[in-house]
Design a protein around this ligand. Structure first.
Ligand code: GDD
Ligand code: MG
Length: 344
């Protein structure tokens, strides 16, 4: 899934050039390329699909020339992740009605790749045998309100568990209580299911969306024009809100992946090298006085920067925009961007 605009990452991530197509951590590979590198170790490239907005089809193809061109699928409108999941499940079911598929966000950091591949193998085993919606779960480290929280039923000796409750993006007080209870995992947003299971779930919980998508013939000449016709009518909702919060057959595999959704500036701050004052700054000309815990990114690295008394701030400067905001407010950047649109 690579169709988001990453607005919490503004101004580095923009509608024209979203974060999944950028080398956020300076590793030499963009986020979507890293996702491909990881999963292509276990899935043949002919069976890897990218679902993104049609605006990013050319960019996806350019960054992933290994994937067959017809496997890069463009959506006419941004409808969030329920629609793109159903669209892909339909295309895959048309090729193989018994297929088990894995759904991966294109913007995650996974440090422990061996464990990831081991858990993926287990997830495929479970999802191909049962009518389960399987997700990978991460031990939470902070009351982050940007994630889904999963409570599961403990079962001794098992390495996957039935999900009791799934709460998408709770408010801070609730996230805090989930964290303190020690009973919850974060939803990694990586799903594994049989195409039949996900179809059943859409039938039950998003039947209208299912009806719309049933009207199209997949992998045929008529697919594109049919998709163009149905998309405006399709509900805009995430797979988490639309399906996972409601389904009774969700299972979780606790996974210690060295995982981070590079979704916010704080997550980048945590995953980049810092100087002795805890400033994540890779600048050629920086003078820093009494300043700590900041993340500073400039598109023009030749600019001289002086900071004095700056603590725990995000400063991001591009050709078009400058953002200065406390690190604690990084979830609000999405709202700032909306306000900016209204302001224009
Ligand atoms: N094709 C397509 N179309 N892709 C989309 C769309 C869309 O309309 N909207 C988002 N995506 C892609 C994003 O590019 C990203 O790779 C992935 O789908 C997930 O979307 P996000 O917008 O990043 O979701 P989130 O981070 O707020 O929440 C999800 O991930 C969290 C973990 O990272 C949820 O699954 C949470 O429960 C989870 O904790
Ligand atoms: Mg995300």
């Amino acid at each position: 899934m690579a169709g988001g605009i990453g607005s919490r990452f503004w101004p580095m991530s923009t509608q024209k050039f979203p974060k999944q197509f950028q080398d956020i951590l300076g590793t030499g590979r963009t986020m979507i390329q890293q996702t491909y590198d990881r999963i292509s170790k276990v899935i043949p490239k002919e069976q890897i699909f990218v679902i993104t907005n049609k605006e990013y089809v050319a960019l996806s193809h350019q960054q992933l020339p290994e994937i067959p061109e017809e496997n890069i699928v463009g959506e006419p409108l941004m409808k969030n992740t329920a629609a793109c999941n159903l669209y892909m499940a339909n295309k895959i079911a048309e090729i193989n009605p018994d297929a088990t598929m894995i759904v991966l966000p294109a913007d995650h950091l996974i440090l422990k790749e061996d464990i990831f591949l081991e858990k993926v193998e287990l997830a495929f085993e479970v999802a191909s045998k049962h009518d389960y919606l399987v997700t990978l779960g991460i031990t939470p480290t902070r009351p982050d309100t940007g994630y889904g929280y999963i409570q599961f039923v403990e079962k001794k000796g098992s390495d996957y568990f039935k999900v009791k409750t799934f709460t998408e993006k709770p408010i801070l007080e609730i996230a805090q209580s989930f964290l303190e209870s020690g009973d919850f995992l974060w939803n990694a947003g990586i799903f594994i299911w049989n195409v039949k299971s996900i179809h059943n779930a859409f039938d039950l919980y998003l039947p209208e969306m299912m009806q719309h998508f049933m009207a199209c013939e997949y992998n045929s000449e008529k697919e594109n024009s049919c998709i163009e016709t149905i998309y405006p009518k399709v509900q805009k909702i995430s797979i988490d809100n639309g399906i996972l919060e409601k389904a009774k057959n969700v299972y979780v595999i606790p996974s210690d992946l060295g995982w981070s959704d590079l979704g916010t500036w704080t997550s980048v701050y945590e995953n980049t090298e810092k100087d002795k004052e805890g400033n994540a700054v890779k600048l050629k000309h920086l003078l820093s006085y009494n300043s700590k815990g900041n993340i500073i990114r400039l598109r023009n690295n030749n600019k001289a920067v002086i900071i004095d008394g700056l603590e725990n701030y995000i400063v991001v400067d591009t050709d078009k925009a400058l953002l200065i905001c406390p690190r604690d407010n990084d979830q609000l950047i999405k709202d700032y961007v909306l306000d900016l649109k209204n302001f224009k």
